[in-house]
Write a protein that binds this ligand. Structure first.
Ligand code: URA
Length: 435
Protein backbone atom coordinates (compact mmCIF):
# COMPACT_ATOMS: atom_id res chain seq x y z
CA UNK A 1 0.00 0.00 0.00
CA UNK A 2 1.25 3.51 -0.75
CA UNK A 3 0.16 6.66 1.06
CA UNK A 4 0.21 8.65 -2.20
CA UNK A 5 -2.52 6.38 -3.62
CA UNK A 6 -4.74 7.05 -0.58
CA UNK A 7 -4.24 10.80 -0.98
CA UNK A 8 -5.03 10.64 -4.73
CA UNK A 9 -8.16 8.58 -4.05
CA UNK A 10 -9.48 10.93 -1.35
CA UNK A 11 -8.69 13.95 -3.52
CA UNK A 12 -11.11 12.47 -6.10
CA UNK A 13 -13.75 11.88 -3.36
CA UNK A 14 -13.45 8.11 -3.62
CA UNK A 15 -14.07 6.14 -0.42
CA UNK A 16 -11.13 4.47 1.31
CA UNK A 17 -11.24 0.81 2.28
CA UNK A 18 -10.96 -0.33 5.92
CA UNK A 19 -7.40 -1.68 5.37
CA UNK A 20 -6.37 1.65 3.86
CA UNK A 21 -7.66 3.61 6.84
CA UNK A 22 -5.87 1.24 9.25
CA UNK A 23 -2.67 1.51 7.19
CA UNK A 24 -2.83 5.32 7.50
CA UNK A 25 -3.63 5.40 11.25
CA UNK A 26 -1.11 2.73 12.22
CA UNK A 27 1.61 4.07 9.91
CA UNK A 28 1.22 7.65 11.06
CA UNK A 29 1.14 6.71 14.77
CA UNK A 30 4.27 4.57 14.41
CA UNK A 31 6.09 7.38 12.60
CA UNK A 32 6.35 5.63 9.22
CA UNK A 33 4.06 8.12 7.42
CA UNK A 34 5.44 11.69 7.36
CA UNK A 35 3.42 14.69 8.53
CA UNK A 36 3.20 16.18 5.02
CA UNK A 37 1.45 13.11 3.61
CA UNK A 38 -0.86 12.82 6.62
CA UNK A 39 -1.70 16.53 6.31
CA UNK A 40 -2.45 16.14 2.59
CA UNK A 41 -4.88 13.31 3.31
CA UNK A 42 -6.54 15.27 6.14
CA UNK A 43 -7.00 18.29 3.87
CA UNK A 44 -8.52 16.06 1.17
CA UNK A 45 -10.93 14.70 3.81
CA UNK A 46 -11.86 18.28 4.77
CA UNK A 47 -12.84 18.98 1.16
CA UNK A 48 -14.37 15.68 0.06
CA UNK A 49 -15.66 14.21 3.36
CA UNK A 50 -15.99 10.61 4.47
CA UNK A 51 -18.81 8.09 4.35
CA UNK A 52 -20.33 6.82 7.61
CA UNK A 53 -18.46 3.55 7.18
CA UNK A 54 -15.12 5.29 6.65
CA UNK A 55 -15.73 7.47 9.72
CA UNK A 56 -16.54 4.41 11.86
CA UNK A 57 -13.37 2.63 10.64
CA UNK A 58 -11.27 5.71 11.36
CA UNK A 59 -12.74 5.93 14.88
CA UNK A 60 -12.14 2.27 15.55
CA UNK A 61 -8.57 2.42 14.29
CA UNK A 62 -7.80 5.43 16.51
CA UNK A 63 -9.56 3.92 19.55
CA UNK A 64 -7.51 0.75 19.07
CA UNK A 65 -4.20 2.59 18.75
CA UNK A 66 -3.59 2.54 22.53
CA UNK A 67 -5.07 1.25 25.80
CA UNK A 68 -8.77 0.60 26.29
CA UNK A 69 -10.12 1.12 29.81
CA UNK A 70 -11.81 -2.01 31.15
CA UNK A 71 -14.71 -1.04 33.44
CA UNK A 72 -16.20 -4.54 33.54
CA UNK A 73 -15.28 -5.05 37.22
CA UNK A 74 -17.71 -2.28 38.17
CA UNK A 75 -21.29 -3.57 38.26
CA UNK A 76 -24.05 -1.71 36.41
CA UNK A 77 -24.25 0.34 33.24
CA UNK A 78 -21.39 2.84 33.32
CA UNK A 79 -22.30 6.19 31.80
CA UNK A 80 -19.99 8.85 30.40
CA UNK A 81 -20.78 12.34 29.13
CA UNK A 82 -18.89 14.61 26.80
CA UNK A 83 -19.27 18.24 25.91
CA UNK A 84 -17.87 19.52 22.63
CA UNK A 85 -16.64 22.53 24.60
CA UNK A 86 -18.00 25.89 25.57
CA UNK A 87 -17.59 28.83 27.89
CA UNK A 88 -18.73 28.52 31.50
CA UNK A 89 -19.65 24.89 30.88
CA UNK A 90 -19.33 23.27 34.31
CA UNK A 91 -22.03 20.61 33.83
CA UNK A 92 -19.65 17.66 34.44
CA UNK A 93 -19.12 18.91 38.00
CA UNK A 94 -22.88 18.62 38.51
CA UNK A 95 -23.72 15.58 36.38
CA UNK A 96 -21.05 13.16 37.53
CA UNK A 97 -22.05 13.23 41.24
CA UNK A 98 -25.72 13.60 40.33
CA UNK A 99 -25.77 10.41 38.23
CA UNK A 100 -23.76 8.58 40.90
CA UNK A 101 -26.19 9.71 43.61
CA UNK A 102 -28.95 8.11 41.49
CA UNK A 103 -27.05 4.81 41.53
CA UNK A 104 -25.36 5.09 38.11
CA UNK A 105 -21.57 4.61 38.24
CA UNK A 106 -19.51 7.32 36.51
CA UNK A 107 -15.86 6.73 35.58
CA UNK A 108 -15.01 9.93 33.79
CA UNK A 109 -11.76 11.04 32.22
CA UNK A 110 -11.63 14.74 31.45
CA UNK A 111 -9.25 17.17 29.86
CA UNK A 112 -7.62 20.53 30.54
CA UNK A 113 -8.69 23.78 28.95
CA UNK A 114 -7.03 25.51 26.04
CA UNK A 115 -7.76 28.93 24.57
CA UNK A 116 -11.21 30.32 25.32
CA UNK A 117 -12.67 27.03 26.61
CA UNK A 118 -12.13 25.63 30.10
CA UNK A 119 -11.40 22.05 31.12
CA UNK A 120 -12.95 20.01 33.93
CA UNK A 121 -9.56 18.91 35.27
CA UNK A 122 -8.48 22.54 35.78
CA UNK A 123 -11.78 23.33 37.48
CA UNK A 124 -11.47 20.42 39.91
CA UNK A 125 -7.85 21.28 40.64
CA UNK A 126 -8.94 24.72 41.87
CA UNK A 127 -10.08 22.81 44.98
CA UNK A 128 -6.92 22.68 47.13
CA UNK A 129 -5.43 19.17 47.22
CA UNK A 130 -7.82 17.71 44.60
CA UNK A 131 -5.93 15.04 42.64
CA UNK A 132 -6.79 14.24 39.05
CA UNK A 133 -3.53 12.42 38.19
CA UNK A 134 -4.71 9.02 39.34
CA UNK A 135 -3.39 5.73 38.05
CA UNK A 136 -5.91 3.25 36.65
CA UNK A 137 -6.16 1.22 39.89
CA UNK A 138 -6.81 4.24 42.10
CA UNK A 139 -9.34 5.58 39.58
CA UNK A 140 -11.32 2.34 39.46
CA UNK A 141 -11.15 1.90 43.25
CA UNK A 142 -12.82 5.30 43.77
CA UNK A 143 -15.54 4.47 41.22
CA UNK A 144 -16.15 1.19 43.06
CA UNK A 145 -16.30 2.71 46.54
CA UNK A 146 -17.83 6.16 45.92
CA UNK A 147 -19.65 5.51 42.64
CA UNK A 148 -17.91 8.35 40.79
CA UNK A 149 -14.43 9.53 39.94
CA UNK A 150 -13.39 12.34 37.57
CA UNK A 151 -9.72 12.21 36.65
CA UNK A 152 -7.34 13.35 33.92
CA UNK A 153 -6.64 11.02 31.05
CA UNK A 154 -4.23 8.38 32.27
CA UNK A 155 -2.32 5.81 30.26
CA UNK A 156 -2.10 5.77 26.55
CA UNK A 157 -5.65 6.48 25.35
CA UNK A 158 -6.11 6.90 21.57
CA UNK A 159 -2.51 8.06 20.90
CA UNK A 160 -3.29 8.18 17.14
CA UNK A 161 -5.89 10.87 17.79
CA UNK A 162 -3.46 12.84 19.97
CA UNK A 163 -0.86 12.89 17.19
CA UNK A 164 -3.39 13.56 14.43
CA UNK A 165 -5.12 16.33 16.41
CA UNK A 166 -1.79 18.11 16.95
CA UNK A 167 -1.23 18.01 13.18
CA UNK A 168 -4.81 19.16 12.38
CA UNK A 169 -4.41 22.06 14.78
CA UNK A 170 -1.54 23.54 12.72
CA UNK A 171 -2.71 22.59 9.23
CA UNK A 172 -6.21 24.12 9.19
CA UNK A 173 -7.87 20.70 9.21
CA UNK A 174 -9.83 20.77 12.48
CA UNK A 175 -13.23 21.83 11.13
CA UNK A 176 -14.36 18.69 9.34
CA UNK A 177 -17.35 16.84 10.78
CA UNK A 178 -16.01 13.30 10.16
CA UNK A 179 -12.62 14.25 11.62
CA UNK A 180 -14.13 15.89 14.71
CA UNK A 181 -16.64 13.06 15.23
CA UNK A 182 -14.02 10.32 14.93
CA UNK A 183 -11.56 12.22 17.14
CA UNK A 184 -14.04 12.69 19.99
CA UNK A 185 -15.57 9.24 19.72
CA UNK A 186 -12.21 7.40 19.55
CA UNK A 187 -11.40 8.71 23.05
CA UNK A 188 -14.89 7.99 24.38
CA UNK A 189 -14.87 4.43 23.01
CA UNK A 190 -11.39 3.77 24.47
CA UNK A 191 -12.57 5.14 27.86
CA UNK A 192 -14.81 2.10 28.23
CA UNK A 193 -18.29 3.35 29.28
CA UNK A 194 -21.39 1.41 28.17
CA UNK A 195 -23.45 4.53 27.52
CA UNK A 196 -22.43 8.00 26.38
CA UNK A 197 -24.37 11.27 26.44
CA UNK A 198 -22.99 14.01 24.20
CA UNK A 199 -23.61 17.69 24.82
CA UNK A 200 -23.06 19.24 21.39
CA UNK A 201 -22.77 22.98 21.77
CA UNK A 202 -23.76 25.44 19.06
CA UNK A 203 -23.26 29.18 18.79
CA UNK A 204 -20.61 31.88 19.01
CA UNK A 205 -18.57 30.10 21.71
CA UNK A 206 -18.65 26.65 20.09
CA UNK A 207 -16.96 24.75 17.26
CA UNK A 208 -20.32 24.39 15.55
CA UNK A 209 -21.84 27.80 14.93
CA UNK A 210 -25.33 26.72 13.81
CA UNK A 211 -27.89 24.20 15.12
CA UNK A 212 -27.81 22.50 11.69
CA UNK A 213 -24.05 21.84 11.84
CA UNK A 214 -24.27 20.80 15.50
CA UNK A 215 -27.05 18.35 14.60
CA UNK A 216 -24.99 16.85 11.76
CA UNK A 217 -22.02 16.37 14.11
CA UNK A 218 -24.26 14.92 16.84
CA UNK A 219 -25.88 12.43 14.46
CA UNK A 220 -22.51 11.30 13.18
CA UNK A 221 -21.21 10.71 16.72
CA UNK A 222 -24.37 8.92 17.83
CA UNK A 223 -24.12 6.61 14.79
CA UNK A 224 -20.44 5.87 15.47
CA UNK A 225 -21.19 5.05 19.11
CA UNK A 226 -24.05 2.77 18.11
CA UNK A 227 -21.83 1.00 15.55
CA UNK A 228 -19.36 0.39 18.40
CA UNK A 229 -22.09 -1.13 20.60
CA UNK A 230 -22.65 1.84 22.93
CA UNK A 231 -25.97 3.25 24.14
CA UNK A 232 -26.00 6.81 22.82
CA UNK A 233 -27.83 10.11 23.13
CA UNK A 234 -26.87 13.64 22.11
CA UNK A 235 -28.33 16.96 23.22
CA UNK A 236 -27.83 20.11 21.13
CA UNK A 237 -27.46 23.07 23.50
CA UNK A 238 -26.90 26.78 23.13
CA UNK A 239 -23.44 28.33 23.37
CA UNK A 240 -24.24 31.79 22.03
CA UNK A 241 -24.18 32.88 25.68
CA UNK A 242 -21.88 31.41 28.31
CA UNK A 243 -23.61 28.85 30.52
CA UNK A 244 -24.40 30.23 33.99
CA UNK A 245 -22.78 33.45 35.20
CA UNK A 246 -19.30 32.29 36.17
CA UNK A 247 -16.29 31.71 33.90
CA UNK A 248 -12.99 30.64 35.48
CA UNK A 249 -11.99 27.60 37.48
CA UNK A 250 -12.70 28.35 41.17
CA UNK A 251 -15.68 30.52 40.23
CA UNK A 252 -17.18 27.69 38.18
CA UNK A 253 -16.78 25.16 41.00
CA UNK A 254 -18.55 27.60 43.33
CA UNK A 255 -21.40 27.98 40.81
CA UNK A 256 -21.67 24.20 40.35
CA UNK A 257 -21.95 23.86 44.15
CA UNK A 258 -24.88 26.28 44.06
CA UNK A 259 -26.71 24.05 41.56
CA UNK A 260 -25.86 20.98 43.66
CA UNK A 261 -27.49 22.79 46.57
CA UNK A 262 -30.71 23.01 44.53
CA UNK A 263 -30.09 26.67 43.62
CA UNK A 264 -27.90 28.34 41.00
CA UNK A 265 -28.62 29.95 37.62
CA UNK A 266 -31.69 28.65 35.81
CA UNK A 267 -29.92 27.95 32.48
CA UNK A 268 -27.20 25.86 34.12
CA UNK A 269 -29.71 23.91 36.18
CA UNK A 270 -31.91 23.30 33.12
CA UNK A 271 -29.09 22.04 30.83
CA UNK A 272 -27.85 19.85 33.69
CA UNK A 273 -31.31 18.33 34.18
CA UNK A 274 -31.80 17.65 30.46
CA UNK A 275 -28.41 15.91 30.25
CA UNK A 276 -28.94 14.04 33.53
CA UNK A 277 -32.30 12.75 32.28
CA UNK A 278 -30.56 11.25 29.23
CA UNK A 279 -27.71 9.77 31.30
CA UNK A 280 -30.09 8.11 33.76
CA UNK A 281 -32.41 6.92 31.01
CA UNK A 282 -29.55 5.27 29.07
CA UNK A 283 -28.57 3.57 32.33
CA UNK A 284 -32.03 1.99 32.49
CA UNK A 285 -33.58 4.16 35.21
CA UNK A 286 -36.76 4.84 33.22
CA UNK A 287 -37.96 7.13 30.47
CA UNK A 288 -36.36 10.60 30.21
CA UNK A 289 -39.33 12.38 31.85
CA UNK A 290 -39.19 10.10 34.88
CA UNK A 291 -35.41 10.38 35.00
CA UNK A 292 -35.59 14.17 34.91
CA UNK A 293 -37.84 14.05 37.98
CA UNK A 294 -35.40 11.68 39.69
CA UNK A 295 -32.50 14.04 38.88
CA UNK A 296 -34.46 17.04 40.13
CA UNK A 297 -35.30 15.31 43.44
CA UNK A 298 -31.69 14.22 43.86
CA UNK A 299 -30.42 17.77 43.37
CA UNK A 300 -33.02 19.27 45.68
CA UNK A 301 -32.51 16.71 48.45
CA UNK A 302 -28.77 17.47 48.69
CA UNK A 303 -27.85 13.86 47.80
CA UNK A 304 -25.88 14.95 44.71
CA UNK A 305 -23.97 17.54 46.75
CA UNK A 306 -23.12 14.87 49.32
CA UNK A 307 -21.85 12.61 46.52
CA UNK A 308 -19.62 15.42 45.24
CA UNK A 309 -18.26 15.87 48.77
CA UNK A 310 -17.45 12.13 48.95
CA UNK A 311 -15.72 12.24 45.55
CA UNK A 312 -13.77 15.32 46.59
CA UNK A 313 -12.62 13.65 49.80
CA UNK A 314 -11.64 10.44 47.98
CA UNK A 315 -9.58 12.47 45.49
CA UNK A 316 -7.72 14.38 48.22
CA UNK A 317 -9.66 17.66 47.91
CA UNK A 318 -10.13 20.06 50.81
CA UNK A 319 -13.82 19.70 51.67
CA UNK A 320 -13.83 22.95 53.65
CA UNK A 321 -14.60 24.63 50.28
CA UNK A 322 -18.14 23.25 50.62
CA UNK A 323 -18.68 25.48 53.65
CA UNK A 324 -16.76 28.45 52.15
CA UNK A 325 -16.96 28.37 48.33
CA UNK A 326 -15.73 31.96 48.35
CA UNK A 327 -12.29 30.64 49.29
CA UNK A 328 -12.05 29.29 45.72
CA UNK A 329 -11.75 32.77 44.20
CA UNK A 330 -11.13 35.28 46.98
CA UNK A 331 -7.37 35.43 46.29
CA UNK A 332 -8.01 37.52 43.17
CA UNK A 333 -8.58 41.28 42.99
CA UNK A 334 -12.05 42.23 41.75
CA UNK A 335 -12.80 44.95 39.17
CA UNK A 336 -16.07 46.02 37.62
CA UNK A 337 -17.08 46.60 34.01
CA UNK A 338 -19.99 48.99 33.73
CA UNK A 339 -22.48 49.34 30.89
CA UNK A 340 -21.56 52.20 28.51
CA UNK A 341 -25.25 52.72 27.66
CA UNK A 342 -28.71 51.62 28.74
CA UNK A 343 -31.00 49.22 26.87
CA UNK A 344 -31.25 45.47 26.48
CA UNK A 345 -28.47 42.92 26.09
CA UNK A 346 -29.40 41.70 22.60
CA UNK A 347 -26.49 39.36 21.94
CA UNK A 348 -23.26 38.12 23.48
CA UNK A 349 -20.12 36.68 21.99
CA UNK A 350 -19.40 33.71 24.23
CA UNK A 351 -15.96 33.17 22.72
CA UNK A 352 -14.94 36.75 23.58
CA UNK A 353 -16.11 36.19 27.19
CA UNK A 354 -13.91 33.08 27.33
CA UNK A 355 -11.00 35.03 25.86
CA UNK A 356 -11.43 37.76 28.50
CA UNK A 357 -11.34 35.13 31.24
CA UNK A 358 -8.21 33.60 29.70
CA UNK A 359 -6.51 37.02 29.62
CA UNK A 360 -7.26 37.46 33.33
CA UNK A 361 -5.32 34.24 34.03
CA UNK A 362 -8.08 31.61 34.07
CA UNK A 363 -7.14 29.91 30.79
CA UNK A 364 -4.17 28.83 28.74
CA UNK A 365 -2.94 30.71 25.73
CA UNK A 366 -0.44 27.91 25.10
CA UNK A 367 -0.43 24.30 26.30
CA UNK A 368 2.20 25.05 28.98
CA UNK A 369 0.70 28.35 30.29
CA UNK A 370 0.18 28.44 34.07
CA UNK A 371 -3.38 29.18 35.16
CA UNK A 372 -4.70 31.05 38.19
CA UNK A 373 -7.54 29.10 39.91
CA UNK A 374 -9.04 32.30 41.35
CA UNK A 375 -9.16 34.27 38.07
CA UNK A 376 -12.19 34.70 35.81
CA UNK A 377 -15.34 36.63 35.09
CA UNK A 378 -18.79 36.83 36.67
CA UNK A 379 -21.38 38.02 34.18
CA UNK A 380 -23.90 40.22 35.98
CA UNK A 381 -26.02 40.62 32.81
CA UNK A 382 -26.66 38.19 29.98
CA UNK A 383 -28.67 38.15 26.76
CA UNK A 384 -32.27 39.25 27.39
CA UNK A 385 -31.46 41.34 30.50
CA UNK A 386 -32.29 45.04 30.75
CA UNK A 387 -29.34 47.28 31.70
CA UNK A 388 -28.99 50.88 32.78
CA UNK A 389 -26.05 53.05 31.84
CA UNK A 390 -23.30 52.63 34.47
CA UNK A 391 -24.76 49.39 35.84
CA UNK A 392 -22.30 46.50 36.38
CA UNK A 393 -22.17 44.27 33.30
CA UNK A 394 -19.52 41.98 34.75
CA UNK A 395 -17.00 41.54 37.56
CA UNK A 396 -13.44 40.62 36.60
CA UNK A 397 -11.22 38.57 38.95
CA UNK A 398 -7.48 38.68 38.36
CA UNK A 399 -3.97 38.81 39.78
CA UNK A 400 -2.52 40.28 36.57
CA UNK A 401 -3.95 43.84 36.58
CA UNK A 402 -1.77 44.70 33.56
CA UNK A 403 -4.09 42.50 31.46
CA UNK A 404 -7.23 44.15 32.84
CA UNK A 405 -7.81 46.73 30.11
CA UNK A 406 -7.43 44.16 27.34
CA UNK A 407 -9.83 41.80 29.12
CA UNK A 408 -12.34 44.61 29.73
CA UNK A 409 -12.19 45.51 26.05
CA UNK A 410 -12.82 41.90 24.98
CA UNK A 411 -15.78 41.66 27.36
CA UNK A 412 -17.21 44.99 26.31
CA UNK A 413 -17.03 43.98 22.65
CA UNK A 414 -18.82 40.75 23.52
CA UNK A 415 -21.96 42.62 24.63
CA UNK A 416 -24.37 44.00 22.03
CA UNK A 417 -26.73 46.43 23.78
CA UNK A 418 -29.75 47.66 21.82
CA UNK A 419 -33.04 49.47 22.33
CA UNK A 420 -35.30 46.42 22.05
CA UNK A 421 -35.73 43.32 24.13
CA UNK A 422 -34.47 40.38 22.00
CA UNK A 423 -36.60 37.35 21.19
CA UNK A 424 -35.86 34.54 23.67
CA UNK A 425 -33.38 32.02 22.29
CA UNK A 426 -33.68 28.25 22.88
CA UNK A 427 -31.37 26.74 25.48
CA UNK A 428 -31.86 23.19 24.22
CA UNK A 429 -32.34 22.76 20.47
CA UNK A 430 -32.79 19.04 20.13
CA UNK A 431 -32.25 15.63 21.65
CA UNK A 432 -30.97 12.90 19.35
CA UNK A 433 -31.40 9.33 20.49
CA UNK A 434 -29.36 6.44 19.17
CA UNK A 435 -32.26 4.06 18.80
N1 URA B 1 -12.36 17.93 20.24
C1 URA B 1 -11.67 16.80 19.94
O1 URA B 1 -11.35 16.00 20.82
N2 URA B 1 -11.38 16.57 18.65
C2 URA B 1 -11.71 17.42 17.66
O2 URA B 1 -11.42 17.14 16.52
C3 URA B 1 -12.40 18.59 17.99
C4 URA B 1 -12.72 18.81 19.30
Amino acid sequence: MRMIDLIEKKKRALPLREEEIRYFVEGFTAGGIPDYQAAALLMAICFTGMTDRETAWLTDAMAGSGDRVDLSAIPGIKVDKHSTGGVGDKTTLILAPLAAACGVPVAKMSGRGLGHTGGTVDKLESIPGFRTDLDRRAFLKIVETVGVCVAGQSGNLAPADKKLYALRDVTGTVDSIPLIASSIMSKKIAAGADAIVLDVKCGSGAFMKTPEDATRLARKMVDIGRACGRRMAAVITDMDRPLGHCIGNGLEVAEALEVLEGKGPEDLREVSLVLAAQMLSLAGKGDPALCRQLAQNTLDSGAALEKFRQMCQAQGGDVSVFARPKSLYEKAEVYELSAPMGGWVCRMDAEACGRASMLLGAGREKKDSVIDPAAGVVLCCKTGDAVERGQALARLYTNVPERLEQAKQALLESYVIGPQKPEPQPLVYDVILGL
